[in-house]
Design a protein around this ligand. Sequence first.
Ligand code: SF4
Length: 167
Amino acid sequence: MNEKSHITGTLINYYFHCHRQLWLFHRHIKCEQESDTVYLGKVIHEHSYEREHKELEIDELKLDFFDLRDGVLHEVKKSDKWREAHEWQVLYYLYMLKKKGIDNIRGELNYPMVRQTVSVELTPEKETALQQVIQHIEDILAQKLPPPIEVRKSLCRTCSYYELCYI
Ligand code: SF4
């Protein structure tokens, strides 16, 4: 993989939600409405940890904030429902920063609404697993047609592509 990647943290996140969602989003196909949930997420991002909040862009990566004093990269999330996906997203950021020579940092997931903090560390095992995830994402994105519908009703009902997939 090149230093610069077209894979974003959002794509990593969607990979763990639904492969079809990942493919559609990457093709810039959007049915997103400005739902209350989306709005709430934006408000939380803008107002949580306001003092420390310094959103940072490095190539394709959009980091919520990176505290240079203690080398902690923070990712703020509304709910911990998709914690596994969130952890892989942070691992991906740590991995890409490492490839840019920014090493010895750790990640932290912040869930202000449930007052939880989860520490994330890029171990050698996680790095190997992440490389496999990245390769699988590349394979999915290279497909000419979207992956089949994954029938996961609780996810589909709240997905912005629901109408596209089911109606
Ligand atoms: S509606 Fe369901 S199958 Fe379709 S993209 Fe969303 S999660 Fe995937």
